[in-house]
Design a protein around this ligand. Sequence first.
Ligand SMILES: *[C@@H]1O[C@H](CO)[C@@H](O)[C@H](O)[C@H]1NC(C)=O
Ligand SMILES: *[C@@H]1O[C@H](CO)[C@@H](O)[C@H](O)[C@H]1NC(C)=O
Ligand SMILES: *[C@@H]1O[C@H](CO)[C@@H](O)[C@H](O)[C@H]1NC(C)=O
Ligand SMILES: *[C@@H]1O[C@H](CO)[C@@H](O)[C@H](O)[C@H]1NC(C)=O
Ligand SMILES: *[C@@H]1O[C@H](CO)[C@@H](O)[C@H](O)[C@H]1NC(C)=O
Ligand SMILES: *[C@@H]1O[C@H](CO)[C@@H](O)[C@H](O)[C@H]1NC(C)=O
Ligand SMILES: *[C@@H]1O[C@H](CO)[C@@H](O)[C@H](O)[C@H]1NC(C)=O
Ligand SMILES: *[C@@H]1O[C@H](CO)[C@@H](O)[C@H](O)[C@H]1NC(C)=O
Ligand SMILES: *[C@@H]1O[C@H](CO)[C@@H](O)[C@H](O)[C@H]1NC(C)=O
Ligand SMILES: *[C@@H]1O[C@H](CO)[C@@H](O)[C@H](O)[C@H]1NC(C)=O
Ligand SMILES: *[C@@H]1O[C@H](CO)[C@@H](O)[C@H](O)[C@H]1NC(C)=O
Ligand SMILES: *[C@@H]1O[C@H](CO)[C@@H](O)[C@H](O)[C@H]1NC(C)=O
Length: 786
Amino acid sequence: MLSTTLCLLFFLLCLKTAFSSSLHLCSHEEAAALLQFKTSFPIDYTVCYTNYSKTESWKEGIDCCSWDGVSCDNVTGHVIALDLSSDCLSGTFPSNSTLFLLKNLKSLNLSFNDFRFSEIPPEISQFTRLKHLDISHSEFSGQVPAEIAHLSKLVSLNLSDLLSFEYDNIVVSSLGNLILETTTLRNLVQNLSEVRELVLSGVNMTSVNPRFFMNLSSSLTTLDLSYTVLGGNFPNSIFHLPNLKNFYLDGSFGERNLTIDLPSSNWSSPLQQLYLHDVDCGRRLPESIGDLKSLQSLSLFYCNLEGSIPTSIGNLSELTSLNLAINQFSGPIPASIGNLRQLTSLHLSCNQFSGPILASIGNLTQLTSLGLSSNNLSGQIPSSLANLTQLTYLSLSYNQFSGPIPFHAIRFSKLSELDLSYNLLNGTLPPWIFTLPLLEYLYLNHNQFQGQINQFQENSLTWLDLSNNKLQGSIPNSIANLVNLSYLDLSSNHFSDLVEADMFSALQNLEIIFRSDNNLSLRMNANANFTLPKLTYVSFSSCNLSEFPNFLRHSNGLQNLMLSKNSIHGNIPEWICEKDDLEILDLSHNNLMGKIPNCLPKFLSVLNLQANYFDGNIPRWICEKDDLEILDLSHNNLIGKIPNRLPKFLSVLNLQANYFDGNIPFGFLEFCVLQNLNLHGNQMDGLLPRSLVNCSMLEVLDVGNNSIEDTFPHWLESLPDLQVLVLRSNKFHGSVQSTKESPSFPKLRVLDLSSNYFVGALPVRYIENFNAMMDPHKDGNLDRIQ
Ligand SMILES: *[C@@H]1O[C@H](CO)[C@@H](O)[C@H](O)[C@H]1NC(C)=O
Ligand SMILES: *[C@@H]1O[C@H](CO)[C@@H](O)[C@H](O)[C@H]1NC(C)=O
Ligand SMILES: *[C@@H]1O[C@H](CO)[C@@H](O)[C@H](O)[C@H]1NC(C)=O
Ligand SMILES: *[C@@H]1O[C@H](CO)[C@@H](O)[C@H](O)[C@H]1NC(C)=O
Ligand SMILES: *[C@@H]1O[C@H](CO)[C@@H](O)[C@H](O)[C@H]1NC(C)=O
Ligand SMILES: *[C@@H]1O[C@H](CO)[C@@H](O)[C@H](O)[C@H]1NC(C)=O
Ligand SMILES: *[C@@H]1O[C@H](CO)[C@@H](O)[C@H](O)[C@H]1NC(C)=O
Ligand SMILES: *[C@@H]1O[C@H](CO)[C@@H](O)[C@H](O)[C@H]1NC(C)=O
Ligand SMILES: *[C@@H]1O[C@H](CO)[C@@H](O)[C@H](O)[C@H]1NC(C)=O
Ligand SMILES: *[C@@H]1O[C@H](CO)[C@@H](O)[C@H](O)[C@H]1NC(C)=O
Ligand SMILES: *[C@@H]1O[C@H](CO)[C@@H](O)[C@H](O)[C@H]1NC(C)=O
Ligand SMILES: *[C@@H]1O[C@H](CO)[C@@H](O)[C@H](O)[C@H]1NC(C)=O
């Protein structure tokens, strides 16, 4: 008996081996259909992220059931599953595609291809046996065809069209190009009675009425509606679906006022993941949230929730991730959060939580990410935080924490970002901060830390902000080893020694550097020969610099250069002209001299040379610098005439305290966006140019201390924003009285007419709106006017 069975089994095995090696299971028609499909998408690896397409293995003469990506029914030989995901298929998807001949397909995966924004062919409804359809991320566009609702056997449908990319460590997502209409959705919901997973993220549902989500299949386990631009009230019957585990809803920046009412009882779904983002969740987080015993991930981000977090949150013992950021929660962080021992991620930033952090937070020893920034939390940082040794991210910024950093030992060996900025922390910086092996971002700015800082032991830092503290002593020379640093801000501290510029020579990745307002001197070695090629932003204000920092010469991407309040002498170096990206150049309050350079960086928008010793004329280039918005040449020794054309978009022109003479030559001001014009303290004569009336944005006009001979500029009365008008110490004459009735300087608050030859009284209506008036008693006419 046994031997017979063995014998039979052996025979069957032999038979099976013989069949699969000699017989083609796959029918000729289906093989031909697949080969034809292959030829409609010639592979070009230069346009995709893969270097192998499964269709490469598709060859005539070989059983199609053995081709990559193709699966057949063992008995019938029909192709029943096709996985062509990430297969470098690129080109429009033909509606007469031979793929539609594969009538027995149960599973089709075309995700991550590039169908060049073709529409989903309505012929897709011919796959009447389809259970799994995944055409996500494959660059389809247009309306999802109504015929998709014919696929009534679908168990999973993925139309995700979400475009996500990472930018500066932030994942940015946006809508794709597929549009789903209300009727199609309604039919889908009605007909897909067996559907378990429905992924529609990134599909444009602007026109969909969310009430049609009311009748979803009770089999549903996953519903993904992130970034769908839905608007209106989403039915909360969703929370009664008996199998729903994962629900993602995102109101896409709140534009369409999506709302959902969180039920106050009877959450019958066995939810594991609940994400409601940019949705108005109806004010309160109900106590019943604690009933969701299987919840692993809860993210109610930007949901307009207020009041306190219910203590029942502590019952969610499976929770690994809790994100309640950007709401208006207030009151203390409930102590019961300390029960959530599985938590790896806790984000409560941007709320109004107050009071101290309770020590029980130290019980959450699995936490890798903790964000509590931008609340009203206060008191000392609890020392139990040192138990959170798995942390990679810790932010307590923008609160009112005070006292010292309370830990001594080095516990945070995995930390990559530590942000304690904008608090009231004091004391010295603990040595362990400078030894964290993986730390990349360190923000300690805007606190009251004092004392010296230690040497950096590691060179992992890319971002270091120690500004606005009371740190003293030397800048540690180990900064020179931070070769990965791109941002360095040491400004506004009490550092007190002399630093050689060479210290920065190894920081080849530095993009942004501030060290302003220290007592510190920065010494340039005359032979310094190094380059910081990536620098874009440099601020060395008040650094006792006596020379122009020539090591910037080859920093070709420089955008902002601020060197004000030093004692830099000599001329502006000529290489400044070659800095094509330079937008802001501030050299004010130095000892620079000579002529203003004959060329300036192409796209400069702010030039501040105030309080130096420049002489000579304003160079002609000014006429052509239409990008210039702010030009401050005040307090120099400039002479000659003011050019008769100004940069088109100039909004601030300050030429105060120079030796300019001649007329104010603004006879051309037809297009004028000037807001502030200051010519005070020159030797200008002639009339005030009438075209100033075209400068409808003018807020400040100061022509005091010149020799202008004109009558009172009644014609300026109509300037809607003029706040300050200074005409003092000129040769203005005649009556200030106006014959017109209105309008009359609607916003004026400073009017200085002193030391002129005006006669008569000041019209009352001019001063009706005055909040302030300067120098009313100066010698001359104003007394008489009163
Ligand atoms: C394709 O890329 C992978 C990973 O980049 C590599 O391991 C593989 O060798 C490459 N294959 C070919 C054929 O270039
Ligand atoms: C078909 O055969 C494969 C490989 O021999 C096996 O893994 C699979 O389970 C079989 N499928 C069915 C439906 O019998
Ligand atoms: C389709 O293929 C992608 C990429 O391999 C995979 O991530 C996805 O899970 C597949 N879809 C389905 C429904 O199996
Ligand atoms: C599909 O239609 C196009 C024209 O619309 C035609 O060129 C092509 O041969 C057709 N393909 C098949 C497989 O019938
Ligand atoms: C529902 O599915 C059936 C079977 O595929 C189909 O005949 C019917 O047209 C579908 N209904 C809608 C509204 O699409
Ligand atoms: C599309 O969604 C299905 C169902 O949830 C899922 O199995 C599949 O992995 C998703 N596809 C991709 C590419 O993520
Ligand atoms: C969404 O689709 C509507 C048409 O239904 C269209 O007017 C709108 O521009 C689309 N929105 C986006 C962001 O593409
Ligand atoms: C959303 O609400 C705001 C203010 O309540 C309203 O101004 C806006 O028109 C609404 N948007 C839509 C799409 O209903
Ligand atoms: C936290 O742990 C401490 C002991 O480390 C324990 O006394 C306390 O009860 C715990 N708190 C919570 C809320 O679990
Ligand atoms: C922190 O850990 C120490 C020992 O590692 C333990 O004694 C203490 O109770 C813990 N604190 C909390 C709040 O869990
Ligand atoms: C730090 O701040 C606390 C409270 O704000 C204060 O009591 C303490 O004296 C300060 N310590 C130092 C060293 O300034
Ligand atoms: C500066 O260094 C570059 C190359 O590193 C070299 O070509 C150049 O001659 C040096 N200049 C001076 C003044 O040493």
